[in-house]
Design a protein around this ligand. Sequence first.
Ligand SMILES: [Zn+2]
Length: 296
Amino acid sequence: MIKKIKFGIAAGSVCILVILINCLLFGKLFPYSPVIVGFSRHELASTVVYIQRGADTPDLSRIDGLIPDVENFHKWKFLSKPRIFIFKDKKSYYQRSMSRARFCAYYNGDIVISPWALQEAEKGEISLEIYLTHELSHSLIHQHSGMIRAFHYPAWLLEGIAMYSADQMGTSWYPSKEQTCDYIRQGNFMPPEYFKTGKEDRIHLDVEYRTTFIYSEFACIVDYLVEKYGMDRFLSYVKELTASSNHDQVFKKTFDIEFSDCIQDFRESAIQGQHAGKQSSHPDDAQQSRSGLFIQ
Ligand SMILES: [Zn+2]
C-alpha cells in the first residue's frame, strides 16, 4: 500500500513537471522560460531580441535605439537588457502569450510583440516606436519592482506614465489631452483606483473608445502631477512605489495632499479647462520632434 502511495506521488510529480516544462517552452509561461526554443537570439547593445523561425526580421536598431530615451525620461537604468519576442503568426502568439493585445510587458520585464502589430506599423497605422516606448516604460518599472511588487504596482500609474513618456496622447486611437479633458467635462471619468478591479465595469463612459480614453485620462493625471509638482518629485513617487505597497501613504508623503483630494482637484481643473489649456509640459517634446522617431 505504502509502495503504491509513493508511486502515485512520484507519478503525479513527474506529470506536474512535464506540464510546467511544456507551459514554459510552448505555453503561456513562455516569457518566463530560461530556455527559448525555436527562436533566433539577437543580442544588441541594450536589448535581446528573440525572433521566431519563419517570422520577418524588423529593423532591430530601431527597437534597440529606444532604450536611451526611455532611461533618460525615467532617470533610471534598466537592471538587465529587456528581452523582446517577435512571433511568426497569430497562432504562435496566442499559444505563448497571456495577452491578446498588440504588445504586452510581463512582470519580469520581458515584452512580446504580436505579428499584427508589426504589420500595422509597416502600414503606418501605428507607430512601433511609440508603442514600444510605452511597453519599455512598463518593463523598466517591472524590473525595478521585482515580480511580486510589479503585480501590486498601481495599474493606473503604470499606464499613465507609459502613455506620457511615449507622448502617446493624440496618436492612433488615443484621444489628445484636449479631447480627453472635453470628455471629462462631459461627465466621463474613470476613478484611477477602480482600474483593473471589479469596480471598473460599474463606470459608464460615453466615449468613442473606452480603453483609449481611460489610458489618456491617466496620462492627463500624470501630466497634471508633473506640471504641478515637477518631474523630480513625480519620479521619486514612481520609484518609491517599487519598494512600498502603500500607495496612498507614499502619495501623501510625496505631494503633501491626499490622493483622493488631488484627483478631485485634477478633475475640477480639467472641467474648468485650466489643465487642457496649458501647453504640454512633456520634457522630451523637443527631443522627440528633433529625432523624427515618432510617426504622428
Ligand atoms: Zn500599457
